[in-house]
Design a protein around this ligand. Sequence first.
Ligand code: NA7
Length: 544
Amino acid sequence: MRAKQYDAVVIGAGFSGLYMLHKLRERGLSVRVIEAADGVGGVWYWSRYPGAKCDSDSIFYNFTFSEELYKKWRWKDRYASQPEILEYLNFVADELELRSDIQFKTRVTEASFQEEEKTWKITTDTNEIIEAKYLISGMGCLSTTNIPPFEGVSLFQGEQYHTGRWPHEQVDFTGKRVVVIGNGSSGVQAMPEIAKEAKELTLLMRTPHYVGEARNHLLSKEQQDEAIANYKEIRDAFFTTPGGIRMFTTGKSATEFSAEQQKETLDYVWKTGALALGSAFPDIGVNKETNNVVAQYVRDKIDEIVEQPETAEQLHPDYYITTKRLIIGTNFYEMFNEDHVHIVSLKDNPIERIVENGVKLRNETIECDVIVYATGYEAMTGSLLKINLQGRNGQTIQEKWEKGRNVSTYLGLTMENFPNFFMITGPQSPSVLTNMPSAIEQHVDWIDQCIGYVESNGLQTIEAQQNAEIAWGKQCDDLANSTLFPQTNSWYTGANIDGTQRGFVIYVGGLDSYRKICDQVAERQYEGFTFEKAFQGIVKSSMQ
Ligand code: NA7
Protein backbone atom coordinates (compact mmCIF):
# COMPACT_ATOMS: atom_id res chain seq x y z
CA MET A 1 0.00 0.00 0.00
CA ARG A 2 1.34 3.45 -0.90
CA ALA A 3 1.61 5.87 1.96
CA LYS A 4 -0.21 9.17 1.78
CA GLN A 5 2.11 12.11 2.24
CA TYR A 6 1.61 15.39 4.05
CA ASP A 7 3.84 18.04 5.51
CA ALA A 8 2.17 17.65 8.90
CA VAL A 9 -0.16 15.29 10.69
CA VAL A 10 -2.08 16.59 13.70
CA ILE A 11 -3.75 14.14 16.08
CA GLY A 12 -7.10 15.33 17.42
CA ALA A 13 -9.69 17.88 16.28
CA GLY A 14 -10.41 19.72 19.53
CA PHE A 15 -9.40 23.31 20.26
CA SER A 16 -5.72 22.40 19.69
CA GLY A 17 -6.05 20.47 16.46
CA LEU A 18 -8.39 22.98 14.84
CA TYR A 19 -6.16 25.96 15.48
CA MET A 20 -2.97 24.06 14.54
CA LEU A 21 -4.54 23.07 11.25
CA HIS A 22 -5.55 26.65 10.55
CA LYS A 23 -2.07 28.03 11.28
CA LEU A 24 -0.13 25.45 9.27
CA ARG A 25 -2.49 25.77 6.33
CA GLU A 26 -1.97 29.53 6.39
CA ARG A 27 1.74 28.79 6.21
CA GLY A 28 1.13 26.84 3.03
CA LEU A 29 1.74 23.37 4.45
CA SER A 30 -0.33 20.33 3.56
CA VAL A 31 -1.93 19.07 6.78
CA ARG A 32 -4.02 16.07 7.77
CA VAL A 33 -5.87 16.04 11.08
CA ILE A 34 -6.72 12.55 12.33
CA GLU A 35 -9.68 12.37 14.70
CA ALA A 36 -11.23 9.29 16.30
CA ALA A 37 -14.72 10.79 16.68
CA ASP A 38 -17.10 11.48 13.83
CA GLY A 39 -17.08 15.20 14.56
CA VAL A 40 -14.85 17.98 15.84
CA GLY A 41 -14.69 18.91 19.52
CA GLY A 42 -12.13 16.68 21.22
CA VAL A 43 -12.97 16.27 24.89
CA TRP A 44 -16.10 18.37 24.32
CA TYR A 45 -17.31 15.84 21.78
CA TRP A 46 -17.19 13.01 24.34
CA SER A 47 -18.02 14.60 27.70
CA ARG A 48 -21.79 14.86 27.25
CA TYR A 49 -22.78 14.04 30.80
CA PRO A 50 -25.64 16.04 32.30
CA GLY A 51 -24.47 19.40 33.63
CA ALA A 52 -21.15 19.37 31.68
CA LYS A 53 -19.82 22.91 31.49
CA CYS A 54 -16.56 24.76 31.27
CA ASP A 55 -15.36 26.35 34.50
CA SER A 56 -13.80 29.44 32.91
CA ASP A 57 -16.07 32.36 32.13
CA SER A 58 -17.23 31.62 28.57
CA ILE A 59 -16.04 34.95 27.21
CA PHE A 60 -12.49 33.71 27.80
CA TYR A 61 -13.22 30.18 26.63
CA ASN A 62 -12.72 30.83 22.95
CA PHE A 63 -10.09 31.69 20.41
CA THR A 64 -8.85 35.27 20.33
CA PHE A 65 -6.32 35.01 17.47
CA SER A 66 -8.87 36.48 15.07
CA GLU A 67 -10.84 39.55 16.12
CA GLU A 68 -13.31 38.85 13.35
CA LEU A 69 -13.94 35.30 14.50
CA TYR A 70 -14.18 36.38 18.14
CA LYS A 71 -16.77 39.01 17.33
CA LYS A 72 -18.97 36.69 15.32
CA TRP A 73 -19.76 34.45 18.30
CA ARG A 74 -21.99 35.16 21.29
CA TRP A 75 -22.04 32.89 24.33
CA LYS A 76 -25.44 32.26 25.88
CA ASP A 77 -24.32 31.22 29.38
CA ARG A 78 -21.77 32.65 31.78
CA TYR A 79 -20.22 29.14 31.74
CA ALA A 80 -20.90 27.52 28.41
CA SER A 81 -22.47 24.08 28.56
CA GLN A 82 -21.00 21.16 26.60
CA PRO A 83 -23.54 21.45 23.73
CA GLU A 84 -22.78 25.14 23.40
CA ILE A 85 -18.99 24.60 23.34
CA LEU A 86 -19.42 21.85 20.76
CA GLU A 87 -21.56 24.23 18.71
CA TYR A 88 -18.79 26.84 19.01
CA LEU A 89 -16.10 24.44 17.78
CA ASN A 90 -18.32 23.43 14.86
CA PHE A 91 -18.78 27.11 14.09
CA VAL A 92 -14.99 27.57 14.09
CA ALA A 93 -14.52 24.55 11.80
CA ASP A 94 -17.09 25.99 9.38
CA GLU A 95 -15.87 29.59 9.49
CA LEU A 96 -12.27 28.56 8.81
CA GLU A 97 -13.37 25.83 6.37
CA LEU A 98 -11.32 23.23 8.20
CA ARG A 99 -13.32 20.04 7.65
CA SER A 100 -11.82 19.09 4.28
CA ASP A 101 -8.48 18.46 5.98
CA ILE A 102 -9.85 16.43 8.89
CA GLN A 103 -10.16 12.67 8.67
CA PHE A 104 -12.82 11.54 11.14
CA LYS A 105 -13.52 8.09 12.62
CA THR A 106 -9.82 7.28 12.47
CA ARG A 107 -7.45 6.63 15.32
CA VAL A 108 -3.67 6.87 15.16
CA THR A 109 -2.32 3.62 16.56
CA GLU A 110 1.38 3.92 15.80
CA ALA A 111 3.86 6.55 14.71
CA SER A 112 7.56 5.95 14.18
CA PHE A 113 10.37 8.22 13.13
CA GLN A 114 12.07 7.07 9.93
CA GLU A 115 15.75 7.84 10.22
CA GLU A 116 16.57 7.70 6.56
CA GLU A 117 13.71 9.75 5.23
CA LYS A 118 13.51 12.03 8.31
CA THR A 119 9.76 11.64 8.35
CA TRP A 120 7.13 10.23 10.64
CA LYS A 121 5.37 7.08 9.50
CA ILE A 122 1.89 7.06 10.97
CA THR A 123 -0.41 4.05 11.07
CA THR A 124 -4.13 4.24 11.76
CA ASP A 125 -6.78 1.78 12.89
CA THR A 126 -8.18 1.99 9.36
CA ASN A 127 -4.91 0.38 8.17
CA GLU A 128 -3.69 3.46 6.41
CA ILE A 129 -0.10 4.58 6.37
CA ILE A 130 0.64 8.27 6.27
CA GLU A 131 4.03 9.95 6.05
CA ALA A 132 4.64 13.45 7.32
CA LYS A 133 7.61 15.61 8.18
CA TYR A 134 5.93 16.95 11.33
CA LEU A 135 3.77 15.12 13.85
CA ILE A 136 1.77 17.16 16.35
CA SER A 137 -0.27 15.87 19.25
CA GLY A 138 -3.44 17.85 19.81
CA MET A 139 -4.85 15.12 22.04
CA GLY A 140 -5.07 17.29 25.11
CA CYS A 141 -4.19 16.43 28.64
CA LEU A 142 -7.58 15.18 29.78
CA SER A 143 -8.89 12.84 27.12
CA THR A 144 -8.08 9.25 28.02
CA THR A 145 -10.75 8.17 30.47
CA ASN A 146 -9.85 6.46 33.72
CA ILE A 147 -12.06 3.58 34.74
CA PRO A 148 -10.24 2.15 37.71
CA PRO A 149 -9.66 -1.58 37.34
CA PHE A 150 -12.56 -2.61 39.56
CA GLU A 151 -13.23 -6.31 39.41
CA GLY A 152 -16.62 -7.42 38.16
CA VAL A 153 -17.48 -4.43 35.94
CA SER A 154 -18.79 -6.73 33.22
CA LEU A 155 -21.01 -8.60 35.69
CA PHE A 156 -23.17 -5.60 36.52
CA GLN A 157 -26.69 -6.10 35.16
CA GLY A 158 -27.72 -2.45 35.09
CA GLU A 159 -26.52 0.54 33.03
CA GLN A 160 -22.96 1.90 33.36
CA TYR A 161 -21.58 5.16 32.05
CA HIS A 162 -18.32 7.11 32.24
CA THR A 163 -18.72 10.90 32.32
CA GLY A 164 -15.95 11.26 29.72
CA ARG A 165 -17.60 8.83 27.26
CA TRP A 166 -21.26 9.68 27.66
CA PRO A 167 -23.79 8.35 25.12
CA HIS A 168 -25.20 10.74 22.56
CA GLU A 169 -28.75 9.83 23.52
CA GLN A 170 -30.17 11.32 26.68
CA VAL A 171 -29.87 8.98 29.66
CA ASP A 172 -33.10 8.74 31.64
CA PHE A 173 -32.57 8.35 35.39
CA THR A 174 -36.25 8.61 36.30
CA GLY A 175 -37.16 6.29 39.14
CA LYS A 176 -33.72 4.67 39.18
CA ARG A 177 -31.22 4.05 41.96
CA VAL A 178 -27.98 5.64 40.84
CA VAL A 179 -24.46 5.29 42.24
CA VAL A 180 -21.88 7.92 41.28
CA ILE A 181 -18.22 7.09 41.85
CA GLY A 182 -16.10 10.24 41.99
CA ASN A 183 -16.64 13.85 42.95
CA GLY A 184 -14.17 15.81 40.79
CA SER A 185 -15.53 18.51 38.47
CA SER A 186 -17.47 15.97 36.39
CA GLY A 187 -19.19 14.30 39.36
CA VAL A 188 -19.92 17.65 41.00
CA GLN A 189 -21.52 18.98 37.81
CA ALA A 190 -23.45 15.81 37.01
CA MET A 191 -24.87 14.86 40.40
CA PRO A 192 -27.30 17.75 41.00
CA GLU A 193 -28.72 17.13 37.51
CA ILE A 194 -29.02 13.36 38.04
CA ALA A 195 -30.60 13.96 41.48
CA LYS A 196 -33.48 15.80 39.79
CA GLU A 197 -34.64 12.52 38.20
CA ALA A 198 -33.21 9.67 40.23
CA LYS A 199 -35.14 7.81 42.93
CA GLU A 200 -31.95 7.39 44.98
CA LEU A 201 -28.54 8.91 44.37
CA THR A 202 -25.50 7.70 46.29
CA LEU A 203 -22.09 9.29 45.99
CA LEU A 204 -19.20 6.95 46.73
CA MET A 205 -16.55 9.43 47.80
CA ARG A 206 -12.84 8.73 48.21
CA THR A 207 -11.68 12.30 48.94
CA PRO A 208 -13.90 15.28 49.79
CA HIS A 209 -13.09 18.24 47.54
CA TYR A 210 -13.48 22.00 47.82
CA VAL A 211 -16.43 23.15 45.73
CA GLY A 212 -16.93 26.87 45.22
CA GLU A 213 -20.01 28.54 43.81
CA ALA A 214 -20.24 28.82 40.02
CA ARG A 215 -23.20 31.25 39.87
CA ASN A 216 -24.01 30.46 36.30
CA HIS A 217 -26.57 32.64 34.53
CA LEU A 218 -27.65 33.54 31.04
CA LEU A 219 -25.65 36.40 29.56
CA SER A 220 -27.84 39.38 28.74
CA LYS A 221 -27.58 41.09 25.37
CA GLU A 222 -25.69 43.93 27.11
CA GLN A 223 -23.21 41.48 28.65
CA GLN A 224 -22.64 39.83 25.28
CA ASP A 225 -22.14 43.23 23.63
CA GLU A 226 -19.70 44.17 26.34
CA ALA A 227 -17.67 40.98 25.80
CA ILE A 228 -17.46 41.75 22.11
CA ALA A 229 -16.48 45.37 22.73
CA ASN A 230 -13.80 44.19 25.20
CA TYR A 231 -12.01 42.01 22.67
CA LYS A 232 -8.64 43.66 23.22
CA GLU A 233 -8.83 43.27 27.00
CA ILE A 234 -9.83 39.62 26.71
CA ARG A 235 -6.95 38.95 24.33
CA ASP A 236 -4.61 40.86 26.61
CA ALA A 237 -5.52 38.51 29.48
CA PHE A 238 -4.35 35.57 27.34
CA PHE A 239 -0.89 37.17 27.21
CA THR A 240 -0.38 38.91 30.52
CA THR A 241 -1.93 36.81 33.27
CA PRO A 242 -0.68 33.60 34.93
CA GLY A 243 -3.90 31.76 34.14
CA GLY A 244 -4.58 33.33 30.75
CA ILE A 245 -7.81 34.71 32.18
CA ARG A 246 -8.83 37.78 34.15
CA MET A 247 -9.94 36.79 37.68
CA PHE A 248 -10.91 38.75 40.76
CA THR A 249 -7.95 39.34 43.08
CA THR A 250 -7.09 41.57 46.02
CA GLY A 251 -3.46 41.33 44.88
CA LYS A 252 -2.40 40.76 48.49
CA SER A 253 -1.82 37.96 50.96
CA ALA A 254 -4.73 37.07 53.24
CA THR A 255 -2.33 37.75 56.10
CA GLU A 256 -2.42 41.46 55.25
CA PHE A 257 -6.13 41.62 56.12
CA SER A 258 -8.04 41.38 59.38
CA ALA A 259 -10.29 38.35 59.92
CA GLU A 260 -13.35 40.51 59.10
CA GLN A 261 -11.78 41.76 55.88
CA GLN A 262 -10.82 38.23 54.86
CA LYS A 263 -14.39 37.09 55.40
CA GLU A 264 -15.78 40.08 53.54
CA THR A 265 -13.54 39.30 50.56
CA LEU A 266 -14.44 35.62 50.53
CA ASP A 267 -18.15 36.41 50.97
CA TYR A 268 -17.86 38.56 47.86
CA VAL A 269 -16.18 35.70 45.98
CA TRP A 270 -18.81 33.20 47.15
CA LYS A 271 -21.58 35.54 46.03
CA THR A 272 -20.12 36.38 42.64
CA GLY A 273 -18.86 32.85 41.87
CA ALA A 274 -16.09 31.58 39.55
CA LEU A 275 -12.73 30.07 40.49
CA ALA A 276 -11.82 33.27 42.37
CA LEU A 277 -11.44 31.35 45.65
CA GLY A 278 -8.10 30.47 44.11
CA SER A 279 -7.15 33.97 42.98
CA ALA A 280 -8.50 36.32 45.68
CA PHE A 281 -5.24 36.03 47.64
CA PRO A 282 -2.40 35.31 45.19
CA ASP A 283 -0.13 33.60 47.75
CA ILE A 284 -2.68 30.82 48.30
CA GLY A 285 -0.43 28.27 46.59
CA VAL A 286 2.65 29.04 48.67
CA ASN A 287 1.52 30.42 52.01
CA LYS A 288 -0.03 27.90 54.40
CA GLU A 289 -1.68 30.63 56.45
CA THR A 290 -3.50 32.15 53.48
CA ASN A 291 -4.35 28.70 52.26
CA ASN A 292 -5.91 27.79 55.58
CA VAL A 293 -8.02 30.97 55.66
CA VAL A 294 -9.65 30.06 52.34
CA ALA A 295 -9.90 26.35 53.10
CA GLN A 296 -11.56 27.01 56.47
CA TYR A 297 -13.97 29.44 54.82
CA VAL A 298 -15.19 26.66 52.50
CA ARG A 299 -15.49 24.19 55.39
CA ASP A 300 -17.58 26.76 57.29
CA LYS A 301 -19.77 27.21 54.22
CA ILE A 302 -20.32 23.46 54.03
CA ASP A 303 -21.45 23.49 57.68
CA GLU A 304 -23.78 26.39 56.94
CA ILE A 305 -25.37 24.75 53.88
CA VAL A 306 -25.52 21.04 54.76
CA GLU A 307 -28.17 20.43 57.43
CA GLN A 308 -26.95 17.06 58.78
CA PRO A 309 -23.74 17.73 60.78
CA GLU A 310 -22.38 14.21 60.08
CA THR A 311 -22.84 14.69 56.34
CA ALA A 312 -21.23 18.13 56.51
CA GLU A 313 -18.29 16.63 58.38
CA GLN A 314 -17.90 13.90 55.76
CA LEU A 315 -17.74 16.57 53.06
CA HIS A 316 -14.93 18.52 54.77
CA PRO A 317 -11.81 18.53 52.59
CA ASP A 318 -8.50 18.52 54.45
CA TYR A 319 -5.78 19.05 51.83
CA TYR A 320 -4.33 22.42 50.81
CA ILE A 321 -7.01 24.15 48.76
CA THR A 322 -6.09 24.63 45.03
CA THR A 323 -3.44 21.89 45.17
CA LYS A 324 -6.06 19.73 43.49
CA ARG A 325 -8.06 21.32 40.72
CA LEU A 326 -10.51 23.72 42.35
CA ILE A 327 -14.10 22.87 41.50
CA ILE A 328 -17.09 25.14 41.05
CA GLY A 329 -20.60 23.80 41.17
CA THR A 330 -24.27 24.61 41.40
CA ASN A 331 -26.40 23.16 44.21
CA PHE A 332 -23.73 20.58 45.02
CA TYR A 333 -23.70 20.94 48.81
CA GLU A 334 -27.44 21.84 48.86
CA MET A 335 -28.24 18.53 47.13
CA PHE A 336 -27.22 16.56 50.24
CA ASN A 337 -30.19 18.05 52.12
CA GLU A 338 -32.56 16.04 49.94
CA ASP A 339 -33.74 12.75 51.44
CA HIS A 340 -32.95 10.68 48.37
CA VAL A 341 -29.29 11.83 48.12
CA HIS A 342 -26.72 9.94 50.16
CA ILE A 343 -23.01 9.91 50.62
CA VAL A 344 -20.80 6.97 51.51
CA SER A 345 -17.19 7.66 52.39
CA LEU A 346 -14.78 5.14 50.93
CA LYS A 347 -12.10 6.11 53.43
CA ASP A 348 -12.48 3.10 55.70
CA ASN A 349 -14.89 1.27 53.47
CA PRO A 350 -13.32 1.01 49.99
CA ILE A 351 -14.85 -0.45 46.86
CA GLU A 352 -14.04 -4.16 46.67
CA ARG A 353 -15.73 -5.01 43.41
CA ILE A 354 -18.67 -4.40 41.17
CA VAL A 355 -21.33 -7.08 41.54
CA GLU A 356 -24.43 -8.01 39.52
CA ASN A 357 -26.73 -5.71 41.42
CA GLY A 358 -24.45 -2.90 42.54
CA VAL A 359 -21.18 -2.00 44.19
CA LYS A 360 -19.69 -4.15 46.92
CA LEU A 361 -17.80 -2.14 49.52
CA ARG A 362 -15.80 -3.64 52.35
CA ASN A 363 -18.68 -3.26 54.81
CA GLU A 364 -21.82 -3.25 52.65
CA THR A 365 -23.23 -3.58 49.15
CA ILE A 366 -24.91 -0.55 47.58
CA GLU A 367 -27.59 -1.88 45.26
CA CYS A 368 -28.35 0.23 42.21
CA ASP A 369 -29.71 0.31 38.66
CA VAL A 370 -27.10 2.66 37.22
CA ILE A 371 -23.39 3.22 37.94
CA VAL A 372 -21.85 6.50 36.82
CA TYR A 373 -18.05 6.48 36.80
CA ALA A 374 -16.99 10.10 37.29
CA THR A 375 -13.47 8.86 37.84
CA GLY A 376 -11.64 11.27 35.56
CA TYR A 377 -8.80 10.83 33.14
CA GLU A 378 -5.33 9.44 32.80
CA ALA A 379 -4.36 13.05 32.96
CA MET A 380 -1.43 14.71 31.21
CA THR A 381 0.26 11.65 29.71
CA GLY A 382 -2.50 9.06 29.21
CA SER A 383 -3.29 9.75 25.55
CA LEU A 384 0.34 9.93 24.46
CA LEU A 385 1.18 6.69 26.21
CA LYS A 386 -1.72 4.93 24.47
CA ILE A 387 -0.10 5.41 21.05
CA ASN A 388 2.85 3.32 20.03
CA LEU A 389 5.04 6.36 19.45
CA GLN A 390 8.62 5.54 18.49
CA GLY A 391 11.37 8.09 18.19
CA ARG A 392 14.92 7.58 16.98
CA ASN A 393 16.32 4.05 17.19
CA GLY A 394 12.87 2.68 17.94
CA GLN A 395 12.76 4.22 21.42
CA THR A 396 9.13 4.29 22.47
CA ILE A 397 7.53 7.04 24.51
CA GLN A 398 6.67 4.37 27.10
CA GLU A 399 10.38 3.62 27.43
CA LYS A 400 11.40 7.25 27.45
CA TRP A 401 8.88 8.18 30.12
CA GLU A 402 9.20 4.87 31.97
CA LYS A 403 5.49 4.24 31.45
CA GLY A 404 4.68 7.69 32.80
CA ARG A 405 6.85 7.54 35.93
CA ASN A 406 9.64 9.71 34.58
CA VAL A 407 8.18 12.29 32.23
CA SER A 408 10.79 14.35 30.46
CA THR A 409 10.25 17.11 27.89
CA TYR A 410 11.75 20.40 26.80
CA LEU A 411 9.26 23.23 27.47
CA GLY A 412 6.45 20.66 27.57
CA LEU A 413 6.49 20.98 23.79
CA THR A 414 9.17 18.64 22.47
CA MET A 415 11.42 15.71 23.41
CA GLU A 416 14.92 14.51 22.74
CA ASN A 417 14.91 11.53 20.35
CA PHE A 418 11.56 12.59 18.89
CA PRO A 419 12.52 15.02 16.11
CA ASN A 420 9.82 17.18 14.53
CA PHE A 421 7.30 15.95 17.09
CA PHE A 422 5.37 18.54 19.10
CA MET A 423 2.84 18.37 21.93
CA ILE A 424 0.13 20.95 22.49
CA THR A 425 -0.56 21.41 26.23
CA GLY A 426 1.81 18.56 26.99
CA PRO A 427 3.15 17.58 30.42
CA GLN A 428 5.57 20.16 31.93
CA SER A 429 3.69 23.02 30.30
CA PRO A 430 1.23 25.23 32.24
CA SER A 431 -1.72 23.31 30.70
CA VAL A 432 -4.50 22.60 33.19
CA LEU A 433 -3.51 25.43 35.51
CA THR A 434 -4.66 27.85 32.84
CA ASN A 435 -7.71 28.70 30.83
CA MET A 436 -7.14 26.03 28.18
CA PRO A 437 -7.79 28.11 25.01
CA SER A 438 -5.19 30.65 26.24
CA ALA A 439 -2.55 27.93 26.66
CA ILE A 440 -3.50 26.30 23.37
CA GLU A 441 -3.15 29.52 21.38
CA GLN A 442 0.29 30.14 22.88
CA HIS A 443 1.47 26.60 22.11
CA VAL A 444 0.12 26.53 18.58
CA ASP A 445 1.60 29.95 17.77
CA TRP A 446 4.99 28.84 19.06
CA ILE A 447 4.95 25.51 17.19
CA ASP A 448 3.87 27.28 14.02
CA GLN A 449 6.73 29.78 14.32
CA CYS A 450 9.17 26.99 15.03
CA ILE A 451 8.08 25.05 11.96
CA GLY A 452 8.37 28.30 9.99
CA TYR A 453 11.98 28.61 11.18
CA VAL A 454 12.79 25.03 10.20
CA GLU A 455 11.25 25.48 6.77
CA SER A 456 12.75 28.86 5.97
CA ASN A 457 16.24 27.66 6.95
CA GLY A 458 16.01 24.57 4.80
CA LEU A 459 16.33 22.26 7.82
CA GLN A 460 15.20 18.67 7.98
CA THR A 461 14.68 18.21 11.69
CA ILE A 462 14.54 20.05 14.98
CA GLU A 463 15.00 18.12 18.20
CA ALA A 464 15.36 18.96 21.89
CA GLN A 465 18.82 18.50 23.40
CA GLN A 466 19.16 16.21 26.38
CA ASN A 467 20.71 18.88 28.62
CA ALA A 468 17.87 21.28 27.74
CA GLU A 469 15.35 18.64 28.70
CA ILE A 470 17.09 17.93 32.01
CA ALA A 471 17.29 21.65 32.82
CA TRP A 472 13.59 22.12 32.00
CA GLY A 473 12.56 19.22 34.21
CA LYS A 474 14.61 20.69 37.05
CA GLN A 475 13.06 24.12 36.55
CA CYS A 476 9.56 22.59 36.70
CA ASP A 477 10.41 20.57 39.82
CA ASP A 478 12.08 23.49 41.61
CA LEU A 479 9.10 25.72 40.93
CA ALA A 480 6.61 23.10 42.07
CA ASN A 481 8.65 22.38 45.20
CA SER A 482 8.47 26.02 46.20
CA THR A 483 4.64 25.68 46.36
CA LEU A 484 2.17 23.57 48.31
CA PHE A 485 1.21 21.56 45.18
CA PRO A 486 3.47 18.52 45.60
CA GLN A 487 2.17 18.04 49.14
CA THR A 488 -1.13 16.69 47.82
CA ASN A 489 -1.55 13.51 45.78
CA SER A 490 -3.68 14.34 42.76
CA TRP A 491 -3.92 13.81 39.05
CA TYR A 492 -1.43 16.64 38.79
CA THR A 493 1.07 14.12 40.07
CA GLY A 494 -0.57 11.08 38.50
CA ALA A 495 -1.55 9.73 41.89
CA ASN A 496 -5.08 8.91 40.68
CA ILE A 497 -3.84 6.12 38.43
CA ASP A 498 -2.16 3.12 40.01
CA GLY A 499 1.49 2.96 39.10
CA THR A 500 1.64 6.39 37.50
CA GLN A 501 3.19 8.32 40.39
CA ARG A 502 5.69 10.56 38.67
CA GLY A 503 6.37 13.86 40.36
CA PHE A 504 4.87 17.12 39.27
CA VAL A 505 4.34 17.47 35.54
CA ILE A 506 2.94 20.96 35.28
CA TYR A 507 4.92 24.16 34.89
CA VAL A 508 3.48 26.16 37.79
CA GLY A 509 5.15 29.50 37.00
CA GLY A 510 2.14 30.81 35.07
CA LEU A 511 1.36 31.14 31.38
CA ASP A 512 2.73 34.70 31.20
CA SER A 513 6.18 33.67 32.44
CA TYR A 514 6.11 30.50 30.39
CA ARG A 515 5.34 32.50 27.26
CA LYS A 516 8.37 34.71 27.89
CA ILE A 517 10.63 31.67 28.27
CA CYS A 518 9.35 30.10 25.05
CA ASP A 519 9.69 33.39 23.16
CA GLN A 520 13.23 33.81 24.42
CA VAL A 521 14.15 30.31 23.24
CA ALA A 522 12.85 31.22 19.78
CA GLU A 523 14.60 34.61 19.74
CA ARG A 524 17.88 32.85 20.54
CA GLN A 525 17.56 30.78 17.38
CA TYR A 526 15.87 27.91 19.22
CA GLU A 527 18.30 27.59 22.04
CA GLY A 528 18.49 24.05 23.40
CA PHE A 529 17.57 22.41 20.12
CA THR A 530 19.57 20.45 17.57
CA PHE A 531 18.89 20.71 13.85
CA GLU A 532 19.72 18.48 10.95
CA LYS A 533 20.36 20.12 7.64
CA ALA A 534 20.25 18.13 4.43
CA PHE A 535 23.76 17.07 3.39
CA GLN A 536 25.42 19.17 6.08
CA GLY A 537 24.93 17.16 9.22
CA ILE A 538 23.95 18.30 12.67
CA VAL A 539 23.77 21.90 13.86
CA LYS A 540 23.47 22.62 17.59
CA SER A 541 21.84 25.67 19.02
CA SER A 542 23.69 26.55 22.21
CA MET A 543 22.31 26.29 25.74
CA GLN A 544 23.53 28.94 28.12
P1 NA7 B 1 -11.11 14.12 38.48
O1 NA7 B 1 -10.98 15.52 38.88
O2 NA7 B 1 -9.88 13.31 38.29
O3 NA7 B 1 -12.05 13.38 39.56
C1 NA7 B 1 -12.17 11.98 39.60
C2 NA7 B 1 -12.92 11.54 40.83
O4 NA7 B 1 -13.00 10.12 40.82
C3 NA7 B 1 -12.24 11.94 42.11
O5 NA7 B 1 -13.22 12.21 43.07
C4 NA7 B 1 -11.46 10.67 42.47
O6 NA7 B 1 -11.16 10.54 43.82
C5 NA7 B 1 -12.45 9.61 42.04
N1 NA7 B 1 -11.82 8.32 41.80
C6 NA7 B 1 -10.86 8.02 40.89
N2 NA7 B 1 -10.50 6.73 41.00
C7 NA7 B 1 -11.24 6.21 42.00
C8 NA7 B 1 -11.32 4.93 42.60
N3 NA7 B 1 -10.53 3.92 42.20
N4 NA7 B 1 -12.20 4.74 43.60
C9 NA7 B 1 -12.98 5.76 44.00
N5 NA7 B 1 -12.95 7.00 43.50
C10 NA7 B 1 -12.09 7.22 42.51
O7 NA7 B 1 -11.94 13.97 37.11
P2 NA7 B 1 -13.14 14.85 36.56
O8 NA7 B 1 -13.62 14.18 35.33
O9 NA7 B 1 -14.13 15.11 37.61
O10 NA7 B 1 -12.48 16.21 36.20
C11 NA7 B 1 -11.32 16.28 35.38
C12 NA7 B 1 -11.15 17.63 34.78
O11 NA7 B 1 -11.95 17.62 33.62
C13 NA7 B 1 -11.63 18.80 35.54
O12 NA7 B 1 -10.71 19.41 36.33
C14 NA7 B 1 -12.06 19.74 34.46
O13 NA7 B 1 -10.98 20.48 34.00
C15 NA7 B 1 -12.52 18.88 33.39
P3 NA7 B 1 -9.79 11.17 44.43
O14 NA7 B 1 -10.01 12.63 44.48
O15 NA7 B 1 -8.69 10.82 43.45
O16 NA7 B 1 -9.62 10.51 45.74
